[in-house]
Design a protein around this ligand. Structure first.
Ligand SMILES: Cc1cc2nc3c(=O)[nH]c(=O)nc-3n(C[C@H](O)[C@H](O)[C@H](O)COP(=O)(O)OP(=O)(O)OC[C@H]3O[C@@H](n4cnc5c(N)ncnc54)[C@H](O)[C@@H]3O)c2cc1C
Length: 468
């Protein structure tokens, strides 16, 4: 019996071979579209469904691409030719909220915001906050170790994962981690699986750490600087002054000009955005006001024109400037959102590198940054091309060449290829450069231990090894 026939015989109507659906599964939100056509999409509803898919795929040696909400920006959830796309989006039940232990147990398809809505009734929240939190799944957040605006203070997803239940390549079930606050028994497989991008197993349940909603007011600061170097230096000065904002975001002049076009010159925040760079800070908790005042002094000393707001409405207006970044860019074409990180003290240099690369390549690179943690998103806008056929690559080679320079610049500055989006398919060619031969070799061996046949997301994270 073929693999498809076995899937259909064992799993019935949750297996789809509808051409429109198969086509949709070839893309995520990165703009990358996998060549060819997946074999089938399986809409798993239960752990047993996932186990059956993995058993059947193992027996046939057929690749399995796990998919959450499909909002990834690295091409990791795209159904490749002949693969089974295993969608866990339908496994979306919140199984338990244990307020006294500050934890929640969820199926992988639960949308991040839905968990937060459910937690609010208990005065709790789940801190990882990717900008995609309204549309991305907790399983996907864990598989990519997603970050967000608040992770400068509240940590990235890894810090919020206590335990996982994972289906391995052969269909067996692995449980990792613990429900306790502490726990150091054995190797930390929970941390290894967090950020493994579907290459080591399929997360079917997660126990996540939740925290009490932060008491006190939120104070928001918007500051305009004459140029991005000054703004980057100012954000580093805030960190050096030991102020710990919950949000610290930077917008460079190229991105700010597009936002000004989109929102109007004051950005509706009573602050003249002009042609400089914009820094947004939020402080929270009982010391929010004192911390904001301290930060404002640092920002003014660094050359910023500063607006401070303690009321929700004007704070939201300042935040709206940052939120407008993606739509303002997307109004001009498809956006390739890049993602590199550098030590915070070297952010100003990274912005200089970006300007040089932009000038050399002759393409604008509007950049926003989670400045509090040195994570930059240089963006490329790719105008619509009426001659582009479905399945044609979205990103032209000269853009990849500029991106290549960006990645190398970040690594040279002691940074990393990806702060939060993952390696996926799109960054695997640079993996060895950052990791070095010893780490890359060891990581390939770890992959082989979990997945000896190499059926889990082949092509994600690692390039195929040339056959001897
Ligand atoms: C507008 C926009 C804003 C974004 N902002 C951010 C941001 O601020 N921070 C950030 O980090 N990311 C951001 N992203 C990227 C994306 O939303 C995150 O990477 C998110 O964590 C992906 O979740 P998903 O459910 O969509 O996963 P998918 O896209 O479905 O999958 C992503 C990867 O995880 C694997 N995977 C998914 N579910 C599982 C599972 N259950 N078990 C094993 N592997 C699995 C897939 O195989 C794939 O490799 C943004 C994306 C968009 C479109």
């Amino acid at each position: 019996m073929t693999t498809l026939a076995r899937l259909q015989a064992e799993l019935g109507s949750i297996v789809s071979v509808h051409p429109a659906e198969l086509t949709a599964m070839r893309a995520d939100k990165s703009g990358w579209v996998a060549a060819g056509m997946p074999l089938a999409v399986v809409h798993a509803q239960t752990v047993e469904h996932v186990q059956a898919v993995l058993r059947i795929a193992s027996a046939g040696g057929v690749p399995v691409v796990t998919r959450g909400a499909g909002t990834g920006l690295a091409g990791g959830a795209c159904g490749t030719d002949g693969s089974i796309v295993l969608s866990v989006a339908g496994m979306n039940r919140i199984l338990e909220i244990r307020a006294e232990d500050e934890l929640a147990v969820v199926e992988p398809g639960v949308i991040n915001q839905d968990l937060n809505d459910a937690l609010a009734a208990h005065g709790l929240w789940f801190a990882p906050d990717p900008a995609s939190k309204a549309i991305s799944s907790i399983g996907g957040n864990i598989a990519t170790n997603a970050g967000g605006l608040l992770c400068v203070k509240y940590g990235v997803t890894r810090e919020a994962v206590l335990a996982l239940t994972v289906v391995l390549a052969d269909g067996s079930l692995l449980k990792t981690g613990h429900r306790t606050v502490k726990g150091v028994t054995g190797y930390d497989l929970t941390a290894l699986l967090t950020g493994s991008e579907g290459t080591l197993g399929v997360i079917v349940e997660a126990t996540v750490r939740v925290r009490a909603v932060t008491p006190g007011a939120v104070v928001t600061i918007g500051a305009v600087f004459p140029d991005v170097r000054t703004a980057a230096a100012a954000s580093a000065a805030v960190t050096a002054a030991r102020v710990r904002p919950a949000v610290m975001e930077l917008i460079d002049p190229v991105a700010l000009a597009l936002i000004v076009d989109y929102l109007g010159p004051t950005g509706a925040a009573g602050l003249s955005l002009g042609s400089g760079a914009f820094l947004l800070l939020q402080t929270d908790g009982p010391a929010a006001l004192a911390e904001a005042e301290h930060a404002a002094v640092v920002l003014r000393a660094a050359g910023g024109e500063v607006r401070q707001s303690t009321d929700v409405v004007s704070g939201e207006r300042l935040l709206a400037i940052r939120r407008a970044a993606h739509p303002a860019l997307a109004a001009h074409g498809e956006v390739l959102i890049e993602d590199v990180s550098v030590p915070r003290s070297r952010m100003a240099e990274m912005f200089e590198k970006i300007a040089e690369i932009s000038a050399r390549a002759g393409v604008p690179i509007p950049t926003v940054a989670h400045a509090g943690d040195g994570n930059l998103h240089p963006n490329f806008i790719i105008p619509g091309d009426p001659l582009r056929l479905p399945g044609d690559p979205l990103v032209p080679e000269h853009i990849w060449a500029a991106a290549d320079e960006l990645f190398r610049a970040a690594i040279d500055l002691g940074g990393t290829l990806t702060g939060e989006h993952g390696v996926g398919v799109l960054k695997r060619r640079w993996l060895g450069e950052e990791l070095g031969a010893t780490s890359l070799g060891l990581q390939r061996q770890i992959k082989a231990v979990f997945d000896p046949q190499g059926i889990l997301n082949p092509g994600t994270m690692f390039e195929a090894v040339p056959s001897a």
